[in-house]
Design a protein around this ligand. Sequence first.
Ligand code: CP3
Length: 346
Amino acid sequence: MTKNKTILRALAGETLPTPPIWMMRQAGRYLPEYRATRAKAGDFLSLCYNPELAAEVTLQPIRRYGFDGSILFADILLVPQALGADLWFVTGEGPRLSTITTKAEMEALKPADAIHDHLAPIYETVRILSRELPEETTLIGFAGAPWTVATYMIAGKGTPDQGPAHALKDENPEVFDALMERITLATIEYLDMQIQAGAEVVKLFDSWAGSLQGTDFDRYSTEPLRQIISALKARHPHVPIIAFPRGAGARFANLHAATGADCIAIDDGVSAEWVAEHVQPNGCVQGNLKSSHMVTGGDALVQETRAIVDALSKGPHIFNLGHGITPDADPENVQLMIDTVRGTRG
Ligand SMILES: Cc1c2[nH]c(c1CCC(=O)O)Cc1[nH]c(c(CCC(=O)O)c1C)Cc1[nH]c(c(CCC(=O)O)c1C)Cc1[nH]c(c(C)c1CCC(=O)O)C2
């Protein structure tokens, strides 16, 4: 099985003649078929908790483009909801949650092992996908990393500089550390269940790691990632893990070793040449193409795609964007990117 799955081969350290491809947020609003299914589900959260429809939107970009990897359709904020936080989405604005800033609010959360009833529909989506995906397509499960999830739980929404989370960390470390620990333990249980349901790879999204400075980065991004990865490796030694500490900059260089991840996902803040020299010697890398190319397309997209493929051609590489594709992207540009990577156009 692994033989046909190019993503698993790259994650095992193999250098392939053509890198496998998938895309963050590949199931999303830039696709008309996604918008149609989401309308049928009612709203975003109803779509996440409807296993048939969530599996359907996960499969849409695989049918349209033949990506080598398929990421489960869900959201990183389902774990806070499973721990007892209120969660809703405001159209045009983003997520809203009840906040955790006091000891009493922290103590009202559920224990980490009490999340599974709430998350059962997600495990069902994974089971459907593991039956229905083409045999060469790798099924990727995911969760948010503790710092990123905590930033939403503390502020109750997305924040440009994660100010409320930094404030709680500095002013009330007792509550902050308890919250980080609860999320860490819940994430281990959640990803364990996704793997048992059929996820072949799991990815940890630390989208706001870049606002952690100095030793805070080690303590609140790298260390929880390391804990989650080591617990999962103890239970599932052969399941590869991708970590995405977005905004890590020069610190990307030692994160394979520091976290134990098989692959480090890279944003667009460093050059592909720098990644080839400083990160790829330590293991598989993924990412780096600016998402904005999916909006603008043209020669710049082709040239930048080729430059990344060339720069990373001497080691294990999975082609991906540096962050999620945006709703204003043109589906034609995604096809142009894929054809450029696979050498089937121009
Ligand atoms: C921070 C974060 C979230 N969610 C996620 C992150 C980390 C990755 C990143 O940095 O982008 C991760 C995520 N969110 C979603 C996935 C599914 C898998 C995939 O295709 O990548 C994944 C892996 C679907 C989604 N999650 C969301 C959408 C859009 C919802 C819709 O259909 O209206 C999708 C497809 C909503 C979401 N979910 C979240 C926000 C801030 C928003 C609103 C942003 C927006 O409106 O564009 C929280």
